[in-house]
Design a protein around this ligand. Structure first.
Ligand code: IPE
Ligand code: IPE
Ligand code: MG
Length: 258
């Protein structure tokens, strides 16, 4: 996406000691950055607070990450908000997250309009509580015509389920005579994933130091650069995003070549 240089410089004023906008190359910004947002619970517990407070604080980080991504000119920001495995958590926490998603999306729609951001959602949305589902559909509808950055949120998402669903869809097309098995290419397969039409992530950020993928984007991450930070998600700021990009730009992506 186009970068508004003036806005970007103003946004990144007051640099801390270790990082500034000058440390990154604006001509090689990743197109798609994806985040496994983790550590909300620990952030709260360390402060002697209820885990719920961590999720509320995490929303502020996500809002800032969306703005940061627009300023830096990403084409796509995606974030993992709720895995298919998260239903195992206490009902109270699940209910809080579901109502937080709905409440936040309504509150942030003006930001989406102002920044021309299009919303996308990955996951089995029909299994979500009715109110959350309704608000999500409204968010999709109201931002469908925006042609700036895409912000994609994975909710009730699991990568294995996504891959199995794609396989089943393809099987149905073959059965119906719409597709021949010989025509099932990687592109055809990708086009049956939730991420159809989007570039694969260039950079995956995971907060809170966990060294695992937790059933996220198993197909899409084949050649993605990984950045794991100990920073807990509610502490993730625009500066941490710069550190991630600096690290990304210091790597040599070979895609199997030399
Ligand atoms: C991430 O933090 C929660 C999200 C919904 C994005 P966690 O709730 O997993 O926090 P920890 O890992 O228990 O600290
Ligand atoms: C990662 O956080 C998944 C999401 C942010 C949705 P988790 O806290 O659920 O992951 P695990 O359980 O530590 O692997
Ligand atoms: Mg966690």
């Amino acid at each position: 996406m186009q970068i508004d240089k003036q806005k970007l410089i103003a946004y990144y004023a007051d640099a801390p000691e270790d990082i500034s906008l000058d440390d990154i190359d604006l001509d090689s910004i990743p197109r798609h950055v994806s985040i496994i947002m983790d550590g909300n619970g620990r952030w709260a517990t360390r402060r002697g607070l209820d885990r719920a407070k961590g999720h509320v604080a995490g929303v502020d980080s996500l809002r800032e990450a969306v703005t940061t991504s627009v300023r830096l000119g990403f084409d796509v920001l995606s974030a993992y908000a709720f895995s298919t495995e998260k239903w195992k958590r206490p009902k109270l926490e699940v209910d809080l997250l579901m109502s937080l998603f709905a409440k936040t999306l309504i509150a942030e729609l003006p930001l989406f309009h102002q920044e021309n951001v299009r919303l996308q959602l990955f996951g089995d949305l029909e299994a979500l509580p009715e109110e959350t589902y309704r608000v999500f559909m409204r968010g999709l509808e109201e931002t469908a015509d925006h042609d700036g950055m895409t912000f994609a949120l994975a909710v009730n998402y699991g990568s294995r389920a996504e891959i199995v669903r794609a396989a089943a869809q393809i099987a149905r097309e073959v059965q119906a005579g719409m597709l021949s098995p010989d025509d099932i290419t990687q592109d055809v397969f990708s086009s049956h994933l939730y991420t159809a039409g989007l570039p694969d992530p260039d950079l995956l950020i995971r907060t809170s130091g966990e060294l695992r993928l937790s059933n996220y984007f198993l197909y899409q991450l084949a050649y993605t650069e990984l950045y794991i930070t100990d920073t807990l998600w509610p502490d993730f700021t625009r500066w941490e995003m710069l550190r991630a990009i600096r690290s990304f730009q210091g790597r040599s992506r070979r895609f199997g070549g030399v």
